[in-house]
Design a binder for this molecule. Structure first.
Ligand code: ANZ
Ligand code: ZN
Length: 819
């Protein structure tokens, strides 16, 4: 009796087998090549969504494939468990964030197991576990001792009703998301990490990331934003001066005013003397500070009343205060060149400030009637520097200013230090104690972890930690007097910046990491969403370098290869709860099974592209699994299924040769698609084609039996990374001695790939001279080479000029020579 495909039963059996046999549990093995495959860890929101299924299916195919190649593969998973949604849910449902989170983890873990992902569950971690976060507290203290973390005041969004700091996404139309009260700006002390100390290395090492997509490397480069320019001094009077930062010193003679930020000390000073100025400064305080917002907002300014002296021309230059100058970049002051900078151009026109042209194109022309001339060119109206191009002028002006002690070369980065304090409850406590006499003192290492109390009631009004003296009251570790703990917690990016290292030795109780980290790191393949292209990846790279400099790991970079998967769309829009267009993976699994879900999601699009959801696509995938199941199980039932140990491949019929050739070509393609190209959809397509070929192939001979079994076994192995459950079942059905996960990847028989030969007529000047044999469908060049090296042809061509060669594929070649 032929079996019916029963996804539920097959999937449960396979999952039980993997669990019982620890199929994916690994330890270090120096005799094998290690392969660390990692998918970005999920936030335990409650249920898996399709984006997760996609991300983790890709990672699982790569892991299972690499394992079958004989590598020592580690594929761990964990939970990015701290974060704001747990607090929001706590307010809404009146459950503590911890309980909510742990419940979600247990549900989602069950879903991951149901999808058949080959994780080493012995390495599971949740970032909210004290055993995990104690080590980041420990590391933070190490960095504190090294001076790589510091405290600084910064402006936050303050909800005056809920007495709480709001994250940017909690501010809706300028009001608190819960209270509806207009948000106020408040300055509070925050902790920062000196990522800028590593800006140069983080930038330079991008070039070594050969396995990363160019787009991601570009985004990281721009984010770090290195710029080389000059700091130039403009004298205010004999004693004082103001410094500007410019990347265009070649335009120095075109400066007609300076523009400074509203927070610049000179602006504040001038505000004290002038009411108009103060009014403008007050206005600026209310404005958004996000850079993107500054780009698009209306450019406004006010004359400060102050002037300064141009360092080369000695001209008196007015100083304006402008809303688009950032205090946090360069010196907070710019030299404005309206003829050659569009922003300055608009500003000068608005306020009737003179415009002076100092750069022309190679023909000596410059047109600023409509807009600024922003290209680099040749200097004009620039005294001794006239006629120089950008590069030469940059150096010459830089030298001149530096000899006058009025300027020096300066490199600036757009990258800012990383603010890691969050005024939130559900996060890792910052292990700092504020002593009234000693100041900020780290907690003693033996007192770690600083545990976050988990049984709390959250009402949305302030942080619960601030109402828990049991938590915050503590003696100073240094002098012993009554002090208070920080109630702020870390940005959750802190946890996700090093979790990949902790997986390597998750059971290590006495250290952040041990030698096992050096066995497994770097991650060979990292897979995740493009939305993490900048911050998460940059912070992970930064942490890796910090760990290296602390002597904890040897690697310089965390991720050798990076794959960023596309989004899952429905009706052209991103699937998301807020759009209400989600499809629950659980529904799909219960209807069709996990293998169908995996197959569909891998087949529907190349992994880096967006994937459009389609019900017919799922049904198609399900039909394919059924067909494949029938092909294999009916073969097993047939008398052909006897195991033929060996055949003489030189004695095969044309049809048998063709089947073998198709089989091995497909195998070769799947290996290349899984391993190098990460093109899972085309690999699956090749298998579908082979499935069709084989279901029409009936050959009762001994050779036929061998060839069909060979092809079917290859198919089961090739498809096992994609649909592991059904392949697990079918492999045993075929008589496999060990589970297909433990079997090795099939080897391509090159001799089976060889194409058939055809005879071609070789003519010289239209006369038949020889019959030559070449592989079927050979390229013209190959046919030409074969003909021209044939002795019988050579007799008629040697020493003669070849005028033309005509090839009719698989039929004829005619060589025209000059007689
Ligand atoms: C004169 C000039 C002339 C400039 C010109 C540009 C074009 P990047 O490449 O991003 O470093 N700038 C400097 N500090 C600034 C601040 N705090 N806020 C806003 N703008 C600032 O850009 C450097 C350029 O941005 C500098 O070069 C300065 O304007 C402006 F034809 O100086 B430039
Ligand atoms: Zn003290």
């Amino acid at each position: 009796m032929q079996q019916e495909y029963n996804a539920k039963k097959i999937e449960r059996e396979a999952q039980n087998y993997w669990e019982k046999n620890n199929s994916f549990v690994v330890t270090e093995d120096e005799t094998k090549e290690k392969y660390y495959c990692l998918s970005m860890l999920p936030y335990p929101s409650g249920r898996l969504h399709m984006g997760h299924v996609r991300n983790y299916s890709i990672g699982d195919v790569i892991s299972r494939y690499q394992k079958m190649l004989g590598k020592n593969v580690m594929q761990p998973i964990g939970w990015d468990a701290f974060g704001l949604p747990a607090e929001n849910a706590a307010i809404k449902n009146e459950v503590p964030p911890a309980g909510w989170t742990y419940e979600n983890i247990s549900h989602m873990k069950h879903q991951l197991i149901e999808l058949g992902f080959g994780y080493d569950w012995s390495r599971e971690l949740a970032t909210c576990h004290p055993e995990y976060y104690r080590w980041e507290q420990w590391f933070f203290i190490k960095l504190f001792e090294k001076g790589l973390v510091y405290k600084k005041k910064a402006v936050v969004n303050w909800d005056p009703i809920d007495h709480t700091v709001l994250a940017n996404e909690q501010v809706v139309d300028g009001c608190g998301w819960r209270s509806g009260a207009p948000v106020e700006k408040k300055e509070i002390s925050q902790w920062y990490m000196k990522i800028t100390d590593y800006a140069d290395e983080l930038l330079a090492d991008i070039q070594k990331l050969d396995g990363w997509p160019d787009a991601v490397k570009m985004m990281q480069t721009n984010w770090i934003g290195k710029s080389v320019g000059l700091d130039i001094e403009f004298k205010l009077n004999n004693a004082n001066s103001i410094t500007v930062y410019t990347t265009r010193p070649d335009t120095l003679y075109g400066v007609t005013y300076l523009a400074i930020a509203a927070e610049h000390p000179l602006a504040i000073e001038s505000g004290k003397k002038d009411k108009q100025v103060q009014k403008f400064l007050d206005e600026c305080k209310k404005m958004e500070t996000a850079e993107a917002a500054i780009e698009t907002m209306e450019k406004k300014g006010v004359d400060s009343g102050l002037t300064c002296i141009h360092p080369l021309t000695g001209e008196k230059t007015p100083i304006w205060i402008a809303n688009f100058v950032l205090m946090g970049y360069g010196t907070g002051a710019v030299m404005s060149v309206p003829a050659h900078d569009q922003r300055d151009y608009e500003f000068a026109n608005k306020y009737n400030i003179p415009i002076k042209e100092v750069i022309a194109d190679s023909n000596g022309l410059v047109d600023i009637s409509e807009e600024a001339f922003v290209e680099k060119g040749i200097l004009i109206n620039s005294g001794e520097f006239c006629g120089l191009d950008f590069g030469v002028a940059f150096k010459a002006i830089s030298q001149k200013l530096s000899s006058l002690k009025m300027g020096e070369e300066k490199t600036n980065y757009r990258l800012r230090d990383w603010g890691i304090s969050r005024q939130r409850y559900w996060g890792c406590p910052i292990p700092i104690i504020n002593c009234p006499s000693c100041g900020a003192i780290p907690e003693s290492l033996e007192n770690l972890p600083v545990r976050l109390p988990e049984n709390v009631a959250i009402d949305g009004v302030g942080s619960p930690l601030k109402k828990m003296p049991g938590f915050y009251k503590t003696p100073c570790p240094k002098c012993g007097i009554d002090s208070e703990r920080e109630t702020d917690t870390f940005d959750t990016f802190f946890e996700s910046s090093w979790y990949f290292a902790r997986y390597t030795c998750v059971d290590q109780k006495d250290a952040i990491l041990d030698e096992r980290a050096n066995y497994w790191l770097p991650v060979d393949q990292y897979i995740g969403g493009i939305e993490h292209a900048i911050l998460h990846l940059l912070y992970s790279r930064f942490f890796t370098k910090l760990l290296r400099d602390e002597g904890i790991v040897k690697t310089n970079e965390p991720f050798t290869n990076l794959l960023t998967q596309g989004m899952v769309l429905k009706d052209g829009a991103k699937m998301s709860k807020s759009k209400g267009n989600t499809v629950d993976p659980e529904e799909m699994i219960s209807k069709y099974g996990a293998d169908t879900a995996r197959l569909f999601i891998l087949f529907a699009a190349p992994p880096t592209q967006d994937l459009e959801w389609s019900d017919t696509g799922i049904e198609g995938s399900h039909r394919f699994i059924n067909k494949f199941f029938r092909l294999v199980s009916s073969f097993v039932e047939s008398k052909n299924s006897v195991v033929v140990s060996k055949i003489d491949t030189s004695k095969l019929t044309e049809e048998q040769k063709t089947i073998r050739q198709k089989t091995h070509l497909a195998l070769q393609k799947v290996g290349d698609d899984f391993g190098r190209r990460h093109s899972f959809n085309t690999a699956i397509a090749a298998m579908m084609e082979l499935n069709n070929t084989l279901s029409k192939y009936n050959d009762d001979s001994r050779e036929g039996a061998f060839i069909k079994r060979e092809a079917i076994e290859i198919m089961v192995k090739c498809l096992s990374p994609v649909m592991p459950h059904v392949c697990h079942h079918l492999w045993f059905l075929l008589g496999g001695k060990e589970a297909v996960v433990n079997s090795s990847w099939p080897i391509v028989d090159d001799s089976a790939l060889v194409q058939e030969n055809v005879q071609l007529i070789a003519q010289v000047n239209g006369k038949l001279r020889a019959k030559i044999e070449v592989p079927l469908d050979s390229e013209n060049k190959l046919v030409e080479e074969a003909a021209l090296s044939d002795e019988r042809v050579l007799k008629f061509t040697e020493g003669k000029a070849i005028i033309k060669v005509i090839v009719v594929p698989n039929r004829l070649i005619n060589i025209v020579v000059k007689d």
